[in-house]
Design a protein around this ligand. Structure first.
Ligand SMILES: NC(=O)c1ccc[n+]([C@@H]2O[C@H](COP(=O)([O-])OP(=O)(O)OC[C@H]3O[C@@H](n4cnc5c(N)ncnc54)[C@H](O)[C@@H]3O)[C@@H](O)[C@H]2O)c1
Length: 347
């Protein structure tokens, strides 16, 4: 450490599963952070993960870890049923919190978690990383720079035939699937690019007979300011050139249009003609295709967390911000079930 430099932030990771590997690689790339302890209730998983990342303080019980270790933050990478109890536990210990998406199983849980963090005056961020993808950031920058004028319509689309169930078998067995797991990211990107939404109309469908939840969803959002968008997602759409995990974006503005398409090509047609830009994410040394786009966004959101924690400022995807995205998820299921538009202020 350089003289005068702030000490490294001491973090602990809870949930040493499939996706947490990316988070650990991301932390290793941030010189400001040391992951000093790991927790997983599965001892085999804990041991293997500890060996892989060289962390010797290992716990099967988060309560014991928080009582023993001196921590600046916890990074919760477990599946949703455990999120509320773990967030409330960390809040009781006065430790800042990152929690994976979806924030919780229900809106009631999610609101209680945000309240618990606020009552304890600890920073709380949801690991909502898709808006941190380099191509999505490029779209945002183009809008902010006024390159297409004020947007009035948008589409955020994710259609794939990728076998997500192989690495995440629990996705095939939950009563809910694509909106809660993947559509949640697309809805957040729609909010990020076009502003908060007031109402949603959704239709869902299960095409794959081997799974329990819906694998196709089509949603219409009414945003503040009269902007409309379509958010559509499918894991029942095999294609010759599989685009997983690319998100495609179309936005029409008053002075031009933009299209984020295949292979991270961003086409902007405005008053100055048409420009095509390559907005591919970099391939980080530990990343692998085709996941590298998501993997880089993990690093980006974690870097943002360090900046927020150091400055004491609210992260962009704070728990409170994420309530808006999560409310859209809940409203989408309600809309699909009832066959009508759901206003968010009625939830
Ligand atoms: N942001 C993204 O791009 C992205 C991508 C994939 C998964 N995810 C999210 O990450 C989370 C984890 O998903 P996964 O596929 O890695 O799951 P996983 O089942 O592979 O891993 C979860 C781990 O948490 C452990 N665990 C569960 N409850 C625990 C508790 N109370 N205390 C300690 N350990 C506990 C399990 O033993 C397991 O090892 C989910 O919320 C998922 O939606 C996010």
């Amino acid at each position: 450490m350089q003289a005068g430099a702030a000490p490294r932030l001491r973090g602990a990771l809870i949930g040493c599963g499939f996706f947490a590997v990316n988070q650990m690689h991301g932390w290793a790339d941030l010189p400001d952070v040391e992951i000093v302890a790991l927790c997983d209730r599965d001892p085999a998983r804990l041991a293997q993960f500890g060996e892989q990342f060289g962390v010797t303080a290992r716990y099967q019980d988060a309560e014991r870890m928080l009582a023993t270790e001196r921590l600046d933050f916890v990074d919760i990478a477990t599946t949703p049923p455990s999120h509320r109890a773990l967030v409330e536990l960390a809040a009781r210990h006065g430790v800042a919190i990152i929690c994976q998406k979806p924030i919780a199983p229900t809106l009631e849980d999610a609101r209680a978690m945000v309240q618990a963090a606020e009552d304890a005056s600890v920073l709380f961020m949801v690991h909502e990383n898709f808006r941190w993808q380099t191509p999505i950031l490029a779209v945002k920058q183009a809008i902010q720079a006024g390159r297409i004028g004020t947007p009035f319509w948008g589409r955020v689309s994710f259609r794939s035939g990728y076998d997500v169930y192989a690495a995440q078998p629990y996705l095939a067995t939950g009563a809910r699937f694509i909106i809660e797991d993947l559509g949640i990211h697309s809805l957040d990107v729609a909010r990020f690019l076009l502003g908060d939404a007031l109402a949603i109309t959704a239709r869902t469908r299960r095409v794959n007979p081997a799974i329990t939840g819906e694998d196709v969803a089509t949603m219409l959002l009414d945003h503040v300011g009269g902007v409309t968008s379509v958010v559509d997602c499918s894991y029942a759409t095999p294609q010759e050139h599989e685009p997983f995990p690319e998100t495609f974006v179309e936005i029409d503005g008053e002075n031009g249009i933009l299209r984020l398409g295949r292979d991270y090509r961003l086409t902007i047609s405005g008053r100055d003609g048409t420009v095509i830009e390559d907005v591919s994410p970099p391939l980080l040394p530990w990343a692998s295709r085709p996941w590298h786009n998501i993997q880089e966004s993990v690093f980006n959101i974690q870097r943002h967390w360090v900046e927020a924690l150091r400055a004491g400022g609210e992260p962009d995807t704070s728990g409170r911000d994420n309530l808006q995205t999560f409310a859209l998820v809940q409203a989408a299921y309600l809309s699909a079930e009832r066959g009508r538009t759901v206003r968010l202020d009625t939830l």
